[in-house]
Design a protein around this ligand. Sequence first.
Ligand SMILES: Cc1cc2nc3c(=O)[nH]c(=O)nc-3n(C[C@H](O)[C@H](O)[C@H](O)COP(=O)(O)O)c2cc1C
Length: 212
Amino acid sequence: MEIDESIINLINTNITGFKLLGVGSSLRKNSSSNKMLKMVLEKAQRYGANTSMIELREINLPIFNPNKLKEISEDIKKINDQIIKADGFILATPDYHGSMSGGLKNFLDYYWYEFSGKIFGYIVSSHEKGLTVMDHMRTTIRQCYGWSLPYGLSINTEYDLDEYHNINNPKLLLRIENMSRDIVIYGKLLRMQFIYDTNNKVSTTFAFQFKQ
Ligand SMILES: Cc1cc2nc3c(=O)[nH]c(=O)nc-3n(C[C@H](O)[C@H](O)[C@H](O)COP(=O)(O)O)c2cc1C
């Protein structure tokens, strides 16, 4: 495969301000997964991302009930706009019984269409690498037609932090750099193509069924 320079120029000039939304789902005050999410979001700004974060501990999200969608809470109305406008997401969760937190699953149950064609990165705080947790998030997002980065970030608070609770594992620090960059760079490419395909109603792509 050869690189077409004109495409690269298009990417760099036509899409600015990639909106990256972090969703922190631990309700713990000093959550390590939320802390790492904040780090990644901050670093992603260096690659041109406009970042914001929703902390589920701060919003009142009732258990999703399809029969009560009309009685949707004020808090959900507040975050809806952020979800719709986001170009990419990072989901952060503690490992609860080898899966994502109930809070995160409940949040994801409210949406699907809004996730389609967008990129997702995953952060897990776990004592066991959190691989099954990542798999569960990946599966959920696949069902919503979202793309997943091919790796995730897993923090083990027993080994990855120094005495001041700062991350001191060099391998993890490198992965944090990787994700901050990759989610923006690959996310832009995927988003641009998806917007093009939906706007131009390209019938041979999965994007055909979605509207912008
Ligand atoms: C209900 C519950 C279930 C948990 N299950 C697991 C588990 O299966 N595997 C694991 O490694 N840690 C498990 N943990 C520990 C948390 O994943 C761990 O403390 C994590 O670092 C918390 O993340 P946070 O700092 O973002 O809140 C569990 C904790 C709770 C409260």
